[in-house]
Design a protein around this ligand. Structure first.
Ligand code: ADP
Length: 426
């Protein structure tokens, strides 16, 4: 199947056109600065690598038209007509409690996504715009959605409930949702494949360390706890987000420091984390360079980052009564051996022993840097959320076709929930 994977943000659309049978990317790129005076477009296929500046893309519909026209273009394209696009797979951020698996998008699904807007006001409206734009530009092409939160819907109450008065959950749906689910699930599956075991037999901790960062405990293939919470602000130290914090601090900032709600929000989301602590950068490459120059603030920031991560590994060891595999992924997890070394150092009592030399081997694929005597396998695994979305999309379409070839169009949200949850639980 040829699947167009879309990640629609407020002013950008990232895309990959993937052949799911061959697991091959046929074309990819990004439309940026949508709605601004001039937009940017990049398109890479086997035939061409092109970048266009100063084009006008007013909205998501024009953005998706630009992508689809280029896919079919005789010079740079990879297909003849729209008929060669078998499905569109959307990355969707927040599915609330409605979606515990990937879904085929119907009118009812869009209605349910609208209900989740209040949980993700920065993301869901743009995701919906992307879905509606795709329906306009590619009518008749099946659209599927893969939610960042869905994989974590298996968490038990003891992990997802905050100790607030219960009605904040029952009436207002305030609870831990977790994010990066597609990535955590993908690398966990890859880890199981690598060690030649079924996910059902394994206790895996996956560390997704990019600009945003989260860590998940996966017991027998199910997410049982994760560090991001009601929003992606909770948990680990991130590029610019603070992660875990005494909840009284924002109140203190407002009441005693006289900050506005918006200022507090900006500090917690955009000025904290590695950027806030180092006072230099949110980019770990810059932090590493500064540490080499003996910059103390950069060293302290990295130490705090590592310390928080270690605490979570210890916590998830307790949650699952042991760990069989730890996976490092995301821009930082994949490319920063010194960080992996610092995290795995001094964890011998948990059976974690790493091989220092192997950890520094440059390897594009999976890197196993465990010591021979380590009880816990230590793996670096490149994440691939787009491929995962393509595979989920293919699985939904194949399954629905087999189960219900005629009534395919009329499947409702509840049916999807039942049908597709299993996709995540394999
Ligand atoms: P996103 O969360 O935006 O998807 P990525 O997973 O691509 O981000 O991670 C981006 C981050 O990865 C960068 O901000 C940088 O801190 C880090 N990074 C990328 N390459 C390296 C590298 N070679 N060494 C250390 N850190 C890196």
């Amino acid at each position: 199947m040829n699947i167009l994977v879309l990640n629609c943000g407020s002013s950008s659309i990232k895309f990959q056109f993937i052949n799911s049978d061959k697991k091959e990317v046929l074309a990819k790129g990004i439309v940026e600065r949508i709605g601004e005076e001039s937009s940017l477009f990049s398109f890479i296929s086997e035939k061409i690598e092109k970048r266009k500046q100063k084009i006008i893309v007013e909205n998501h519909t024009q953005g998706i038209k630009l992508i689809s026209d280029n896919l079919m273009d005789s010079r740079c394209g990879v297909i003849q007509s729209k008929d060669d696009i078998d499905a569109v797979g959307h990355r969707l951020v927040h599915g609330g409690e409605e979606f515990s698996g990937s879904v085929r998008i119907t009118g009812r699904v869009i209605d349910k996504m609208r209900e989740c807007i209040k949980l993700a006001p920065l993301h869901n409206p743009h995701n919906i715009k992307g879905v509606e734009a795709s329906q306009k530009i590619l009518p008749g092409v099946p659209q599927c959605g893969v939610f960042d939160t869905a994989f974590h819907q298996t968490m038990p109450k003891k992990a997802f409930l905050y100790a607030l008065p219960l009605e904040y959950y029952t009436k207002h749906k305030i609870r831990r949702y977790g994010f990066h689910g597609t990535s955590h699930y993908y690398v966990a599956k890859e880890a199981a494949r690598y060690v030649g075991k079924s996910l059902d037999e394994l206790r895996i901790v996956t560390c997704h360390l990019g600009n945003g960062a989260s860590i998940t405990a996966i017991d027998k293939g199910k997410s049982v706890d994760t560090s991001m919470g009601f929003t992606p602000l909770e948990g680990l130290v991130m590029g610019t987000r603070c992660g875990d914090l005494d909840p009284a601090i924002p109140l203190y900032m407002i009441e005693t420091l006289g900050m506005t709600r918006q200022e507090v929000n900006d500090v917690l989301n955009k000025k904290s984390g590695m950027l806030g602590l180092s006072e230099i950068s949110n980019d770990m490459r810059v932090i590493e360079e500064e540490i080499e120059k003996k910059n103390q603030k950069a060293s302290d920031a990295l130490e705090i980052y590592v310390y928080r991560l270690k605490k979570y590994i210890g916590a998830y060891y307790a949650v699952m009564d042991g760990i069989d595999i730890i996976v490092f992924t995301g821009g930082i997890g994949e490319n920063m051996p010194i960080l992996r070394e610092m995290v795995c150092n001094d964890l011998t009592s948990l059976g974690i022993l790493f091989d220092k030399e192997k950890n520094y081997i440059k390897e594009d694929g999976i890197l196993d840097f465990s010591d021979e005597d380590s009880k816990v396998k230590l793996l670096k695994i490149p994440t691939n959320e787009e491929l995962m979305i393509a595979m989920e999309t293919e699985a939904i379409l194949k399954k629905s076709e087999i189960q219900n070839p005629k009534q395919f169009q009329s499947l409702n949200v509840q049916n999807y929930k039942k049908n597709t949850t299993k996709n995540f639980r394999k």
